[in-house]
Design a protein around this ligand. Structure first.
Ligand code: TRP
Length: 447
């Protein structure tokens, strides 16, 4: 398949895969879930799960993708012909579809905030006023749907142009800029009067708040932020040339991800405590706290606008990956089909997301198993479908791929040490499957 697209360089691939990983999960969702789960203890458990499960699974998806060099469904067919394993890819597509449907809602919120910040509607408010603005914004049906649509249109346009031109070139500039701005933000937040309580909140574990639900949340969060469990990373690594080291890429991505999560925590929690806000405020957290911190900086609104642009970008690069996996399967490697399917699928995902968007306003009372539509979609994806997909992948790799083949694929690029390979193999084969099952069963109350 010589006409298959490839990333132009390893840095391009790492940036695009990191772009998929780093998104709303790290910047918006992590702080509020950690805030609801006691802070430091959640962070610690999250890091443990990321090392024990997230990283090995990321590498497993990379190996599948680059061995097969095909999309998320065909890759399984190539490696295990005549079996039902390609359903892992189909499940991944369905999960991505649902995930992107509610992802676009939050993407829309960022756009609304950007619009409000640029037009001066967020200047100099008190923190109660910021909360009020947020609540009004997300409850407004027309506003949230229109901006959700705009977010999806951006996503569709980039994915329809193909991976290299669209995704890679944008990631190259925006990812480093995001890091720099975050560091400025952290410096301001940790030097606020009263910040130390917040620093302790996120860095000092208090295990009294840990329940089996905390474990499931932390596991789901580690899959969510690394984009594993749905074969997105199978798709991305299938575009990577053979001479690049997969373990090196995986470790870089995980480190960047943890680093940005730490920065997000250190930007948000010191400010939460300094301004006497509630760490368990939920989805409002970032949208309330950050404008308050930025208003404490000289040229705060300009910084806030810059932050929103980069945050939007982080969300978009994740959204690209979710649409990309679906489009690449349905258009089946035919470039002439890409444009059409990007639009059809992207708009269908938007339509599915509309009830989620409305669940903060006119559909707020509609509950499924006691959760709003948005929360139900998020919970099903993060805490059921992602762990289940991850479980299947961790069974698939040692079962259907020879150990020697895995070793030689992972060794390409001459970076991997034998001991590291053994550790990975043992984890993926013997640790990951039972651990995922245990955490899931524990929450269902099965044992
Ligand atoms: N990782 C992204 C985030 O944290 C979301 C995401 C993109 C994702 N692609 C994914 C999550 C694939 C799971 C699977 O915002």
């Amino acid at each position: 398949m010589s006409e298959r697209e490839q990333w132009s360089s390893k840095v391009g691939f790492i940036l695009a895969a990191a772009g998929s990983a780093i998104g709303l999960g790290a910047i918006w969702k992590f702080p509020y879930i950690a805030g609801q789960n006691g802070g430091g203890a959640f962070f610690l458990i999250f890091i443990l799960f990321t090392i024990l499960l997230g990283l090995p699974l990321l590498l497993a998806e990379f190996v599948i993708g680059r061995t097969a060099q095909d999309n998320a469904v065909n890759s399984y067919k190539k490696i295990a012909p005549g079996t039902k394993w390609h359903w892992v890819g189909i499940l991944g597509m369905i999960t991505s579809f649902v995930l992107l449907s509610f992802y676009g809602v939050i993407g829309g919120w960022i756009l609304i905030y950007l619009f409000k910040a640029i037009t001066g509607q967020l200047n100099g408010l008190s923190s109660e006023q910021y909360t009020a603005v947020f609540n009004e914004t997300i409850a407004d049906p027309l506003l949230s749907i229109v901006f959700q649509l705009i977010f999806m249109l951006f996503t569709i346009i980039v994915v329809s142009r193909g991976i290299q031109k669209g995704i890679e070139s944008a990631s190259r500039i925006m990812m480093p800029a995001l890091f720099v701005l975050f560091i400025i933000l952290v410096i301001r937040a940790v030097t606020l009067a009263g910040a130390s309580e917040g620093i302790q909140f996120i860095l000092k574990p208090d295990f009294s708040k840990v329940t089996s639900q905390t474990l499931l949340d932390a596991m789901g969060q580690s899959f969510f932020t690394l984009s594993v469990g749905v074969s997105v990373m199978v798709t991305y690594s299938s575009y990577l040339p053979k001479n690049q080291s997969l373990p090196h890429a995986a470790i870089s991505i995980v480190s960047m991800n943890i680093f940005i999560i730490l920065l997000a925590g250190l930007a948000i929690f010191p400010a939460v405590f300094a301004f006497h806000l509630e760490p368990n405020a939920g989805p409002v957290l970032l949208f309330n706290v950050l404008p308050t911190v930025f208003s404490q900086l000289p040229f705060g609104m300009l910084f806030f606008i810059a932050f929103l642009v980069l945050f939007l970008f982080a969300a978009l690069t994740s959204a690209f990956s979710l649409l990309e996996i679906i489009v690449s399967v349905i258009s089946n490697g035919k470039p002439e089909q890409r444009l059409k399917w990007s639009w059809i699928l992207g708009l269908a995902i938007f339509a599915l997301g509309v009830p989620s968007a409305l669940s903060f306003g006119i559909l707020a009372e509609v509950k499924i198993f006691g959760k709003t539509i948005f929360d139900f979609a998020d919970y099903t994806v993060s805490n059921v479908l992602l762990p289940f997909g991850a479980l299947l992948i961790s069974i698939f790799v040692p079962l259907k791929m020879k150990r020697s083949l895995l070793y030689s694929e992972l060794k390409k690029g001459n970076w991997l040490k034998k001991g590291l390979f053994e550790a990975w193999y043992i984890t993926i084969r013997y640790v990951a499957p039972p651990l995922i099952v245990l955490v899931m069963m524990d929450v269902l109350g099965i044992w």
